[in-house]
Design a protein around this ligand. Sequence first.
Ligand SMILES: Nc1ncnc2c1ncn2[C@@H]1O[C@H](COP(=O)(O)OP(=O)(O)OP(=O)(O)O)[C@@H](O)[C@H]1O
Ligand SMILES: [Mg+2]
Length: 529
Amino acid sequence: MTCNARLEPKVISQGLVKHYTIEFGGIKTDIEVHLIQASQYGVHDYVAYVIDELPDWVVALPPLDRIVDWFGSGAKLERAVERGLKSIGIKPSRESIDLAVRVFNRWFNYYGALTPPVLLMDDVTDIHINKVNTKYGLGGIYIEHALLGRVQVIIGWEPYELRKGRRVIKTVSFDLNSFVDYLIRRVAQRSRTAVTSYNPVASVVDPEFGVRVSIEAEPVSPGSMSIRVLPRKSWTLPELIRRGMISIEDSARLWLLADHRVPILIIGPMGSGKTSLQNAIAYMLVTRSMALIMDVAELFLPFHQVVKPMLERVAYAHGIRSIDKAELIRQALRSGVDIIVLNEARSGGEFKALAEAITLGHGALTTFHAENIEAARARLRGGLGFEVEELLRLSVIVEVSMSRDVRFNTETGGVYEVVTRRFVRKIHNTEPYMNALIRDYGVDYVNRQLGGFRIAFLTKAVNAGLSHEQLANLLYVFYKQPEAVLKSVDITAEVSEAISEQAKPLPLPDELLSLDSEFEPYKAGNGGR
Ligand SMILES: Nc1ncnc2c1ncn2[C@@H]1O[C@H](COP(=O)(O)OP(=O)(O)OP(=O)(O)O)[C@@H](O)[C@H]1O
Ligand SMILES: [Mg+2]
């Protein structure tokens, strides 16, 4: 790759820290993260340079708007692009037309030069974009990188001089503020949501990229966007256990309680892993029917049989009725689901509907944003009503927490890394429910379900490195024949066995049951169900 085959920005660097190459729509983009010494503060900082592997004349391509006009008035795209190339003095060859068409496509249908970092760039959780020169803040593009923390993003190139012969006829430089306007228009178009002075704030999801975009535009803001990269796959309990977020014992207890429709409320600060844990618990309940109630698509149970996904609808235009999560909870009740999985309870109405659901005997698995249990109590008591207080008293409350440290990692060549730890700090209120289970089902049942089955299952699953599908399949077998799963030496083999034997009725073959005598006492049991 020669130097002028890339749109080179001026890289200030004390060392390359990470390098990503992402291909999108036939264009390769390098993202280089460099360590720099921030001049103001004399501390380390990271800058990510987004560098398209394209010849530099591409930056002069904006007569893109004119290409759109020609294209829109009936010209073939190739012809329109050819005219565009001629107008900036580039000889249209097959190759240059082809390239320009790709660039045009990315700009016209996606997010132009922002597309690669939004798209599958690993390790990014959030992208913040603000206009520069506004007097309110520095502005610019920043990403939150899972390992490096906040990283400034430079999209662009050194000002490019468009020449005719030796004469410079135009200097093209990257203009962030018009880029922000462009991005806002693109989001609006892709999500079919008008962002106008009448409706200057919007929060929409782009499912193709798995992102939630919040926009504030004139007149409430000079122009600002926040992009949350939604988890690309959901976490499972065995994975969270392996990562040290929760213990096997706590996991087993929450799993058992959730299965018995005990209301569980997960609280914690922003980004502490509430939704991840919620999804992971729901994932274990393969035999239950569940409603997933959320404002954006964040909960996924791809291998469950009875799942009702319900997404809140915000009124975005005159005459379009909002459908909030409280209404969705009531709808879920009418449809008789076992468990309501509610992501981000916020309003009094939602808590009220939830309290109703619980009194009617439905299970509920809810997340709620609060720093800790005291803060949750204060917020819920502060005027949300009697039902809400009841709810707090009735629920098993899981407090999750997060700590952040910066360490200098010499092993990776001297990189400052952010070490984020997410963990379950405390679980409140399980006692009465465990006692109730003992009262209703007997102590043997509880011991067998907890220590015998679920802890043993999770211990095996943690070590087996199961895929999402394998875990779900194994759970289906486990609910019917827990001993069979626990006795198998290699539970991944068990999964393939179970899948290939799908047509045959359970129980599984006797040979499987005799592989391991560890769980002998339960061999004769019926799994407790
Ligand atoms: N145990 C874990 N180890 C590593 N990453 C995790 C873990 N749990 C969650 N994450 C990641 O942390 C990020 C935040 O998780 P999640 O969305 O579940 O948190 P949250 O508390 O629901 O956040 P919010 O307050 O925004 O709703 C996600 O990118 C998720 O993939
Ligand atoms: Mg969440």
